[in-house]
Structure formats: structure tokens, C-alpha cells
Design a protein. Structure first.
Length: 293
């Protein structure tokens, strides 16, 4: 497979020149995307304190943190960064889906007095079904529906939570229309092979195309460096190539495991890092299961 090895994978998270870095730790860096908007790029090869990407959005009447991250320490660090950068404690936290690298820091997040955590009904229910050790914290999360967007009014700007699905049964994007910024959760990965373990492949591809059609200036992916429209194009092409590999595997009558071992990312898409070497087989297998229905 054409995915970079761990040593070379460090290049994926090399500091870029597009945005100024306002904080840097072994587990990630905060980049100033727009006035009052910061994106966290986690660097999990060194330290998994945060693991997933996220961010901070400040307005006149509140401060939103996107994601609860992979640990209580990661959540506390982001809370401190919000206070340092905005002069105020966070008022809201949004979790984009139920996977642990985005929610395991909930206990650390709710230590902030008055913070309201928001997630979809499905996200909270799936977390509880998994026997989450933070069930008492999850019971305090504000449930939002999966049919219509939800607005967080920060006074001088609105933050729009848009329910979607594809990476899981229930995903959220966090959108700031005035700044042309979209926090994508794990519907988008940049220079990292996406995890299809709970994915609905055709829906994931459709949502990625819908996000691209927004033509946002900046997409904050769930993992990997901050993305622009060209990066999202490469991601969509990768999703399409994985689908094509699954269809070819079915035509040949081979297993997803064999197809995953044989799979090579096209040269034109560059290098992509995979957390696990099985990610290609998982992705191809998810497509094969959907196509067989």
C-alpha cells in the first residue's frame, strides 16, 4: 500500500505556513484560522493527549470548543487555551460523533463551570450503548436532533451545527459561515487514510462532496493538517478510488483482506498516513458489504 511509514508520517504534521501557530505541545498545535477562530491540529505520532483535531470559536457572548478529545488532560488543555486566547471560560462544547478519540475527555471538559455540551441523540445513545464509563457525564449532554441544523448564537457570530452521517450513524459539522470555516469531524481526513469501521461508504462520499460544494476557505478535518479546497479534492478522489478497488475486488471474487493488501494509493494523490495497516481492508470491506445489499 502507498501509505507513509511512521517516521515519514511525521511530515504529515509538519508546521505549515498558512496560519500562525499560537500554541504548540507534543500532542498538537493551535493555528489561528480567522479572527476569534482557532483550529487544533493533533500530532498523534508523538502524543495522543488530544488525538483528534478540534478548535475554539469565540464570540461576544460565548466561547465554543469543538470536540472533547481523547483524554481529560487534552480537554483541560484546550479549556486553558480558550481562556488564554479569549479571556473567558468556554460556554459550549460540541462533540461531532461518538468515537472515543472525540469524547473520552468529556469528564475533563465538564469541569469548567457552566459549560454546555452538545451532541446528537444518536451520538449520545451510541456512547451509552458502548458501556461508556462516562455515562453520568453523557446524561448531562444537551441532545440535539438529527433533522435540522442547530444554531449557537455567540452575539456577533453564529455557529451552525449541521447533522450529517457517513463516518458514523450520526455526525455533526460545525460551520461558521461568516468566516468560511467548517469543522468537519471525521467526515473529512487530510493526508490520513480514513477509518471506515462504522462508515456508510456511499453516504460518506456524498457528504464529502457536499462539503466541497460549500467552497469553504478552510476545512478542519477530524485528523491531519488543516485543509483547503484542493486538499478536499484529493480526499474525495481517494474515497472514489477506494470504491473502485472494492468493485474490482468483487468482480475478481477476492476478499477485502486480499484487496486491502494489494491496494496502492494513486501517485497523483500523494502520501497518506494510516493509523493501522488494516484501514484499506476495512474501507474496501465496508464498500463490499454495502454493494452486496
Amino acid at each position: 500500500m502507498k501509505a507513509v511509514a511512521p517516521l515519514w508520517g511525521q511530515m504529515v504534521w509538519a508546521t505549515q505556513d498558512r496560519f500562525p501557530v499560537v500554541a504548540s505541545e507534543p500532542w498538537g498545535r493551535l493555528e489561528r484560522i480567522a479572527p476569534g477562530v482557532w483550529g487544533l491540529v493533533s500530532t498523534p505520532l508523538e502524543d495522543r493527549t488530544t488525538l483528534c483535531n478540534g478548535g475554539i470559536i469565540s464570540g461576544r457572548n460565548g466561547v465554543v470548543i469543538v470536540e472533547a478529545f481523547a483524554s481529560n488532560d487534552g480537554a483541560r488543555w484546550m479549556t486553558e487555551q480558550a481562556r488564554r486566547l479569549t479571556g473567558r471560560r468556554p460556554t459550549h462544547t460540541v462533540i461531532t460523533h461518538y468515537h472515543g478519540d472525540h469524547t473520552d475527555g468529556l469528564r475533563g471538559m465538564v469541569e469548567t463551570p457552566g459549560v454546555e455540551v452538545l451532541g446528537t441523540d444518536v451520538t449520545i445513545d451510541l456512547s451509552m450503548q458502548n458501556g461508556d464509563e462516562q455515562s453520568e457525564v453523557l446524561e448531562t449532554v444537551t441532545r440535539i436532533g438529527t433533522r435540522r441544523p442547530t444554531e449557537i448564537d455567540l452575539g456577533d457570530r453564529s455557529v451552525i451545527l449541521v447533522p450529517r452521517r457517513g463516518h458514523t450513524q450520526s455526525d455533526l459539522t460545525v460551520e461558521i459561515p461568516e468566516e468560511s470555516v467548517v469543522f468537519c469531524g471525521d467526515l473529512v481526513w487530510n493526508q490520513m487514510v480514513p477509518n471506515y469501521v462504522d462508515a456508510a461508504p456511499s453516504r460518506l462520499s456524498a457528504e464529502a462532496r457536499l462539503l466541497r460544494a460549500m467552497d469553504a476557505s478552510t476545512y478542519v478535518p477530524g485528523h491531519g493538517p488543516l485543509a483547503d479546497a484542493m486538499a478536499l479534492d484529493r480526499y474525495i478522489d481517494l474515497l472514489g478510488d477506494i470504491e473502485a478497488a472494492a468493485r474490482k475486488a468483487m468482480d475478481r471474487g477476492i476478499s477485502s483482506e486480499q484487496a486491502g493488501e494489494e491496494y496502492r494509493i494513486p501517485d497523483g494523490l500523494g502520501d497518506w498516513y494510516a493509523f493501522q495497516p488494516t484501514y484499506f481492508a476495512t474501507a474496501i470491506g465496508a464498500w463490499m458489504s454495502e454493494l452486496e445489499e
